[in-house]
Design a protein around this ligand. Structure first.
Ligand code: ATP
Ligand code: MG
Length: 374
């Protein structure tokens, strides 16, 4: 009897596009794919499964974890299919991330105008930032609420009416087309949607912070820094040198293979006490560049908004570098924490510690799955 009902329900949901209660978030990173499946049941969010597959071995025979990859569509689909099988992903609806390397996030300052004119002005202005014809991208934008949000100073409300800040996000259509091809070739999803990874990472790692928080996504290919206040991105900067760069530096300087370099990076990190002084110096030099970019973003934000950043949240596997969190904390005197995305879902107790450790890497994929359930 229940089978009949279930299949009826399926037919029905197909017709009405009823909202699914199970979503898989798929984060296609440059070094690995991460997936998280969440289910909503009686208002609670349950972690059903999660998993990760390193892409290095799909790039070449002796490829390793942590390696940067650019894969053909067919190979990417194969990697994703293997991950889905291993992790036993069953969701029929997926949300896939679009990397910040293939998208653009910027903030336009435009004169105060009415809503009707806004679209034209944003498109015109966006042209200056986007290096390809606008017909090749999908544009989305949001007006950033005015700065007086804390509402203590009335004179600033009047003053700020003179211009508005608009957050603009642009995604290249070819990226979405490629992922659509991958998703269709798997033949398992009835619905696939997309989101730029920074927004997923915010959803996956924020609790209810209102005061300005900096989020740092330290990935394999790059580092993305954003300052978020009241849930809105107010500053964004990306650099295309990430954790894999540290490994390649070690690889070249110490004349070792990439796999060995990865191992040393994990072991030594920014730990001054480590006996391998040479490795420490190489890593330290690489990370110094990242520190200086982080400092610039903090400085720019605090100067413009005249408010201190209250906290730093770390996402991305690269942020697990030994002593990175501690160094950030002491350099800038800002409380720094690892994202705990799995804390947003119910999961078995015995997994708690594993999930906490894996958290930073899964902030994007969990945020994607959450977006589906919203
Ligand atoms: N404990 C650790 N110490 C140092 N580095 C680590 C550690 N754990 C993971 N990493 C590094 O984190 C990187 C992987 O992180 P992540 O999965 O967030 O990247 P990605 O999403 O594939 O990359 P991107 O977001 O840039 O496309 C690798 O470079 C890996 O070496
Ligand atoms: Mg990533």
């Amino acid at each position: 009897m229940s089978n009949v009902l279930d299949s009826l329900k399926d037919v029905f949901s197909g017709l009405t596009q009823a909202k699914s209660n199970t979503y898989v978030g798929i984060d296609i990173g440059s070094s690995s794919i991460k997936a998280v499946q969440l289910k909503k049941d009686k208002g609670r969010i349950l972690l059903e499964t999660y998993g990760e597959v390193a892409l290095g071995p799909y790039q070449d025979k002796d490829g390793t974890a942590g390696q940067l990859t650019t894969l053909e569509t067919g190979v990417l689909a194969e990697a994703l299919r293997n991950l889905i099988e291993q992790a036993n992903v069953t969701a029929k609806t997926a949300v896939i991330s679009v990397s910040s390397a293939t998208s653009l996030i910027f903030i336009l300052k435009i004169p105060y105008i009415n809503q009707r004119e806004l679209s034209g002005v944003v498109q015109n202005e966006a042209r200056k930032y986007i290096p390809v014809p606008l017909s090749e991208v999908s544009l989305d934008w949001w007006i950033i609420p005015e700065k007086e949000i804390y509402g203590e100073d009335e004179s600033s409300i009047v003053k700020k009416k003179s211009d508005i800040d608009v957050l603009v996000a642009a995604v290249r259509n070819e990226v979405v087309d490629r992922y659509n091809t991958v998703s269709q070739s798997l033949g398992m999803f009835s619905q696939t949607s997309y989101e730029i990874e920074t927004f997923s990472a915010i959803r996956g790692s924020f609790k209810h912070e209102l005061a300005p928080v900096m989020m740092i996504d330290f990935g394999a290919s790059g580092v993305r820094m954003s300052v978020i206040e009241h849930g809105v991105v107010r500053k964004f900067r990306a650099i295309n040198r990430g954790s894999a760069y540290l490994s390649s530096s070690l690889q070249k300087s110490l004349e070792i293979d990439f796999e060995e370099a990865e191992k040393i990076k994990h072991e030594v990190g920014l730990d001054k006490e480590n006996k391998n002084e040479q490795a420490y110096n190489i890593i330290n030099t690489g990370v110094n560049y990242i520190f200086s970019e982080i400092k610039n973003v903090i400085f720019d934000y605090e100067k413009e908004y005249k408010k201190p950043i209250s906290k730093i949240i770390l996402t991305g596997g690269g942020s697990r570098l030994q002593k990175f969190k501690e160094q950030l904390e002491s350099r800038y005197n800002i409380t720094t924490v690892y994202a705990d995305p799995f804390g947003k879902a119910l999961s078995p107790d015995f997994l708690k510690e594993v999930l906490e450790n894996a958290g930073p890497e899964f902030a994007v994929s969990l945020g994607l799955a959450l977006q589906g359930l919203e």
